[in-house]
Structures are given as C-alpha cells and as structure tokens.
Design a protein around this ligand. Structure first.
Ligand code: SF4
Length: 165
C-alpha cells in the first residue's frame, strides 16, 4: 500500500475508490453548502466600480489559490479539512460581493464539513506545510472568528440560491 493511500485512508470523508484513487466529492458538497454569492452580476462592471481595499484584495486572491487537491486533509493526523474550508470561506468573505452571505456561508460550510466526517483541527500546521498553493493557517483563524460571530448572531444556514434555511 502506498504512503498516500495509507494517509488518505485515515479520512472517512475521502473514501478510497481503488489504489491511489479516492472520492473527494465531500469537498464539492462543502462548496455547494455556501461557496457562492447571490448578487446580480448583470453586465460586466467597470473594474474600479466596487472599491476593494488592497489588503483584502490580496488576501482574497491568496485564498482563491486553493485548488481543492486535498493534500491538507491527507497530511493532517486528524484528517481535518479546515485549511480547504477556510480558504473557500475567506476568498468570498473578504470581498464586498461576498458580504451579504458572509456569516450564513461560514456556518453552512463548517457544518457541511462536520457532516462529511472530517476531523477536528488541532493546529499542527501540517496542512500549511504541504499545501501546494501555500494557503496560510491565518485563514483558519479568520474563519473561526467569522464562525463565532455567526453563532452569536444566530445565523441560519445558507441555502443554495441564496435563501436561508
Ligand atoms: S492543500 Fe492547499 S490547495 Fe490543496 S485543498 Fe488544501 S488548502 Fe486547498
């Protein structure tokens, strides 16, 4: 059995299909739970019509680098998907277009992650160390803050299409 196969077997959210092939649809379901915005896009706006602070734009671009490869889950002794989910939550939550659903989004995506059976994060940093896109652990801290606010606000879950459930 390969090392990669052995590592992936620790995550029940990534069931093994055959040697070196696992089912990563759990990542898709997390994305479907909240990884979208509901603003009307209409025709293409002028590039500068929605001002975005440079720091936020840079961070959002960093988070958007995540390719959903799952290496973070495979490397984590807890089979946690926190780095992946944090990247997906953050790249929308940092932009003005992502504000209307910001707290519903984080609640929905974290709860879907838990439903999928990914493990808890104990901040070992192995995910960040292996991430091919150098997604930072800081995004997990950012997501945890937003999740705490969502709980305090009593946000409902986000439904596909923009409603609340
Ligand atoms: S290892 Fe990095 S790029 Fe791959 S899914 Fe995890 S956060 Fe995304």
């Amino acid at each position: 059995m390969s090392d990669l196969h052995a590592q992936l077997q620790q995550s029940k959210a990534f069931p093994i299909v055959k040697d070196l092939v696992c089912d990563r649809k759990s990542f898709d379901r997390i994305q479907q739970a909240g990884g979208f915005i509901t603003v009307r896009t209409g025709s293409a706006p002028d590039a500068n019509s929605i001002p975005v602070p440079k720091e936020n734009a840079d961070l959002a671009m960093d988070a958007a680098q995540c390719i959903g490869c799952g290496a973070c889950v495979a490397a984590c002794k807890n089979a946690s998907a926190m780095l992946f989910v944090a990247a997906k939550v953050s790249h929308l939550g940092l932009m003005p277009q992502g504000q209307p659903e910001r707290y519903k989004r984080v609640k929905s995506m974290v709860e879907q992650m838990d439903t999928e059976g990914f493990g808890a994060c104990t901040v070992t940093g192995s995910c960040e160390a292996v991430c091919p896109k150098e997604i930072s652990l800081d995004f997990i801290a950012r997501m945890n803050r937003d999740y705490a606010v969502a709980l305090i606000k009593g946000e409902p879950k986000q439904m596909a299409g923009g409603g609340a459930g």
